[in-house]
Design a binder for this molecule. Structure first.
Ligand SMILES: [Zn+2]
Length: 153
């Protein structure tokens, strides 16, 4: 890529003079060229699992989001050799543990705690629904909000 130092217009490598002012063009150094922006999502682990694993074990991977601890146990028993299921078991456990902590806080602190616990319960429910639909699509992403709770890692 080349550019005109006068007009700040960019041109192909094949161009020799600026179409605007007719002046000479300069090469743009490699480090200033626009890199193609690849959206990289560090919470997206879908690529780490095989398509076979995902399609075979989707049903079990959904369970931790649908039935909390019972789903975790069923998934552990049903598909212990499936890395995809185990990923979602871990995420489901994080959500379940968070909801227990929220419930405890809600019980300890009157009024404000009840309100906060209620709001958190709704947020956690939404997170679970999002995670459930991601499993339906065969994805393996860490749950929103929950992934930022560092004490669960
Ligand atoms: Zn120019």
């Amino acid at each position: 890529m080349k550019f005109c130092p006068n007009c700040h217009l960019s041109y192909d490598d094949s161009a020799n003079v600026c179409g605007q002012c007719g002046g000479p063009l300069q090469m743009i150094p490699q480090q200033f060229r626009q890199q193609p922006q690849v959206a990289y999502d560090s919470a997206d682990h879908t690529a780490e699992f095989s398509a076979q694993d995902i399609s075979d074990n989707k049903v079990f991977a959904m369970l931790p989001y649908l039935m909390s601890f019972i789903g975790v146990i069923v998934a552990l028993l049903a598909a212990p050799s499936s890395p995809y299921t185990m990923f979602h078991v871990r995420q489901g456990l994080k959500i379940s543990v968070t909801s227990i902590l929220v419930t405890i806080v809600g019980m300890i602190i009157p009024f404000l705690g009840w309100f906060a616990a209620g709001v958190c319960a709704i947020i956690l429910l939404v997170v679970q629904i999002i995670c459930f639909f991601r499993v339906c699509k065969g994805e393996a992403k860490e749950p929103p909000i929950i992934k930022n709770l560092s004490f669960l890692k």
